[in-house]
Design a protein around this ligand. Structure first.
Ligand SMILES: [Zn+2]
Length: 350
């Protein structure tokens, strides 16, 4: 049959979150040359100590204390207009989902180093996370005309592409986000339910096994309830599973954040809108906030069931996660899964 795929792997785009803790090397190097060496060697040392302290607090997920430390530092004249510290402060704010305040601080970074692409790029990303696509696109475009790394530029170009896609998809307040043509949407067949699922945990994260299992079951339960009870599930061994969910020790940095999860979907050869198998991978490391597991899992299970990304930051299927990592479905998430499976409003199963 023509057009038939031997093996089709539809890599659903990943969920990313900001966890970057240190300003980039380039910015640090530049600040050193701009400073007066003789006077500032001790300042530079104390700045290093300060950044190390902030970093340690972040590893303990104590972002409030880390922010306090940086706020105190800003009251000292030697640190007041320090690009690195302002940039770091903005990063931490963004980690807490305080994007507008982070952008305000990045504006100051732009004033201090108008030629650098870095603060523009971060602003673009935070505007994107807020769903403010026009501002995001504007900052990213300006960033591309400034000084930066090849990797940074590649990311900005990818971000612009993504923004254009989301802008073209439709209004962020539409009842659902099934923007793709019907023939491009994938889902399991009705007879596949209860869907057989398996849960696996990297031995390195044994202590998180129970939490991950709860997160997976809670995720399927939320999607089941959203579907009026239609999307039932049952736990089986890996061999029998149609959806395998893994907690893995692996993380890949991408652009301004890290990939928290990834879902691979296999469709049925010949029946490409029918899903055959899905593999959910949730990435975790011990320096991460364990609450991220729940929100990431709920998002990735949404992909496994066939949903693509939403263009509204409130929805669980928006591509970036943020504090407080609320693992709950919005009305649009619920409407979208019902529409994907053709469940009429109000219909209840079982
Ligand atoms: Zn995603």
């Amino acid at each position: 049959m023509s057009g038939r795929k031997l093996l089709s792997k539809n890599l659903a785009a990943a969920l990313a979150v900001i966890i970057l803790l240190l300003p980039c090397q380039q910015a640090q190097a530049q600040s050193k040359t701009q400073n007066n060496k003789a006077q500032n060697s001790s300042d530079s040392d104390s700045k290093k100590v300060l950044i190390a302290q902030v970093r340690k607090l972040c590893l303990q997920h104590d972002y409030d204390k880390a922010l306090n430390l940086l706020e105190q530092a800003q009251t000292e004249s030697r640190y007041r207009d320090d690009y690195d510290l302002l940039f770091l402060y903005a990063k931490l704010l963004s980690h807490q989902g305080r994007y507008q305040k982070a952008i305000d601080y990045l504006e100051r970074c732009v004033q201090l180093r108008p030629k650098l692409a870095e603060p523009r790029g971060s602003m673009a990303y935070y505007y994107f996370c807020m769903g403010k696509f026009d501002q995001a696109e504007k900052e990213a475009s300006v960033g591309l005309t400034l000084q930066g790394s090849a990797r940074g530029f590649a990311y900005l170009r990818a971000l612009i592409g993504k923004i254009e896609l989301y802008k073209s998809q439709g209004p962020v307040n539409s009842p659902d986000y099934l923007f793709a043509e019907e023939r491009e949407l994938q889902h399991f067949d009705r007879k596949d339910f209860p869907i057989r699922i398996a849960i696996l945990v990297d031995p390195a994260f044994k202590e998180y096994s129970l939490q991950f299992k709860k997160a997976v079951l809670n995720s399927f339960e939320q999607w089941r309830q959203a579907s009026g009870g239609f999307l039932r599930y049952q736990l089986v061994s890996q061999k029998e599973a149609r959806i395998v969910c893994k907690l893995l020790k692996y993380r890949r940095e991408r652009g301004f954040g890290s990939i928290l999860g990834e879902t691979m979907r296999d469709d049925d050869e010949g029946l490409e809108d029918n899903l055959k198998f899905a593999k959910v991978e949730v990435f975790f490391s011990t320096d991460q906030d364990p609450r991220e597991i729940e929100a990431t899992t709920l998002h990735e299970v949404g992909h496994a069931l066939g949903l693509n990304h939403s263009n509204n930051p409130r929805d669980i299927m928006f591509p970036t996660a943020r504090e407080p990592f609320t693992a709950l479905l919005t009305a649009r998430d619920k409407n979208s899964i019902r529409k994907l499976y053709g469940i009429p409003p109000g219909a209840q199963f079982q």
